[in-house]
Design a protein around this ligand. Structure first.
Ligand code: TYD
Length: 140
């Protein structure tokens, strides 16, 4: 397999922010900033030092990752190419569509990473083996 090269696999959803003398208020709303109806929200927090998470792709699930507090390095891979970003609150939502391998590294101790999804949890939608993922995306 050719060595993966860095390419742009990062798409961000912008959530409008309304600021005034009191501070900031940001909105994720279907029809404007959200590209799908949310059916599940989960969040990753209290991550221990040195821990990485993810290491999977989904066959059908759409996700948007929003770092609410702190930062985390998001690494994505489409079977050929990769990209990465240190995700921070000001980036808005990082889209993780189906068939995109993703890993999360270098969580700051205060990191709160919220994930909006368009479906309920379904283990059969996961591909957790990187080699199997590469084989799978080449059959699409
Ligand atoms: P896991 O898939 O290991 O998380 P990550 O991909 O971030 O490393 O999930 C951790 C546990 O949480 C595992 O037992 C499955 C469970 N879980 C749910 O029950 N519902 C969910 O929506 C998610 C995302 C995980």
């Amino acid at each position: 397999m050719p060595k993966p090269i860095k390419t742009s696999l990062l798409n961000f959803v912008e959530f409008p922010t309304y600021g005034d003398s009191r501070g900031q208020l940001s909105v994720a709303q279907i029809g404007s900033s959200l590209p799908f109806e949310i059916r599940r929200v989960y969040w990753v927090h209290g991550t221990k030092p040195g821990v990485s998470r993810g290491f999977h792709a989904h066959k059908k699930l759409n996700q948007i990752c929003l770092c609410m507090v702190g930062n985390v390095r998001m690494h994505v891979f489409d079977g050929k190419n990769y990209d990465s970003v240190i995700l921070k609150p000001e980036h808005g939502g990082l889209e993780i569509p189906p068939n995109l391998w993703h890993e999360m590294h270098d969580f700051s101790p205060d990191c709160v990473l919220a994930v909006f999804t368009d479906a309920e949890y379904d283990e059969s939608d996961y591909i957790r083996d990187r080699q199997k993922f590469i084989q799978y995306v080449h059959t699409l």
